[in-house]
Design a protein around this ligand. Structure first.
Ligand SMILES: Nc1ncnc2c1ncn2[C@@H]1O[C@H](COP(=O)(O)OP(=O)(O)OP(=O)(O)O)[C@@H](O)[C@H]1O
Ligand code: NI
Length: 316
């Protein structure tokens, strides 16, 4: 049985025009997400993870120029109008933003905000929606749900707001859920709670595909079927999670793992490169222990190795 592709991104480029210079935030990205799979996008700050996620929903800042195609099942979203995108957002593709505290409207009750996508997309009336919200709050451990439904964001703890965001994101039974840094700023205990909650969401919705954008490698390892590593606007490795955490292909992947506390906590030498003037050749070469002469001048293509992909001359 082969899994269906739910999302396919073809040769995506996103450029920010800064007047006298430009930032290539995403530079030639190709990948796909299968039905029911969880894929993690990892990489250092500024590598283009959030911009890639936002581009799928076309929520990019207005100074962004976009090239390439985004297919959602058999729909080519590239040519969708804003009006058509609004029917997809929150219904078929849900977005869980990076900062739940800033994303809830402080003057509206949480229950009302969670209900909104269901009222909009599932034509539930207010009473039905309220009932659904109470069920969702219970499901996500936000108790006592009957009381919590009428509270305002400030009355929730950070962890509760995070869970409420996921409740809202999954309320309309989307096909794809995109979550940006869902564990950002949480302590270890709350990180585990969020991982547990995502597991539950996955178990309850076997066909749901999840795109997890995260810095948090242990969180990615706990949840993802596949890992895509981004560096300086490009995907430089796509691998099964199991393979990646055992033996990553790209030297940058190896360096990321070696920077984990449990694996020696070796920081990656050098600096995250400028996105305005990225390094020549392989973008990682100035920081790479294994760099060869060729890596300085020639950009490696994304090579297929068995079922994995890697952008590194060592595999050519
Ligand atoms: N509105 C904007 N105008 C200009 N450049 C931008 C804008 N938004 C993002 N960028 C640039 O695009 C690049 C990618 O940003 P993005 O937010 O996707 O990174 P990220 O990988 O999500 O990082 P983080 O892990 O810190 O969230 C960065 O170099 C950033 O400076
Ligand atoms: Ni980000």
């Amino acid at each position: 049985m082969s899994q269906q592709t739910i999302l396919r991104i073809n040769d995506l480029h996103i450029i920010f025009d800064l007047g006298n210079s430009s930032v290539k935030a995403v530079d030639g990205v190709n990948f796909e997400i299968l039905e029911g799979e969880t894929i993690g996008i990892i990489g250092e700050s500024g590598s283009g993870k959030s911009i890639l996620g936002l581009s799928i929903l076309r929520l990019l800042p207005s100074n962004a120029k976009i090239k390439g195609e985004t297919w959602f099942a058999d729909k080519n979203l590239t040519y969708y109008s804003e009006e058509d995108m609004r029917k997809i957002r929150g219904k078929e593709i849900a977005w869980i933003p990076q900062n739940p505290s800033a994303s809830f409207n402080p003057v509206l009750k949480i229950g009302f905000q969670i209900a909104e996508p269901m009222v909009l997309h599932m034509s539930l009336d207010k009473i039905q929606a309220r009932k659904k919200v109470v069920e969702l709050l219970q499901l996500f451990g936000i108790q006592p749900a009957e009381e919590r439904v009428d509270q305002y964001p400030y009355q929730y703890s950070g962890g509760m707001r995070q869970r409420a965001m996921v409740a809202m994101g999954t309320s309309t039974k989307p096909k794809l859920l995109i979550a940006d840094e869902p564990t950002k700023g949480l302590d270890n205990f709350r990180k585990k709670q969020v991982a547990f909650m995502f597991r539950k969401v996955k178990d309850d919705n076997k066909d749901l595909s999840i795109l997890l954008i995260t810095h948090d490698l242990s969180f990615a390892q706990a949840l993802c079927d596949r890992i895509a590593v981004m560096y300086c606007g490009q995907i430089i490795e796509i691998n099964l999670s199991e393979m990646f955490f055992k033996e990553p292909l790209h030297p940058y992947g190896k360096a990321l793992l070696e920077s984990l506390p449990a694996r020696g906590m070796k920081s990656i030498p050098g600096e995250i490169p400028s996105m305005i003037n990225p390094p020549s050749g392989c973008r990682f070469h100035p920081r790479c222990k294994e760099a060869m002469d060729k890596c300085k001048d020639m950009e490696p293509p994304l090579l297929k190795i068995n079922g994995s992909m890697v952008r590194c001359w060592h595999y050519a």
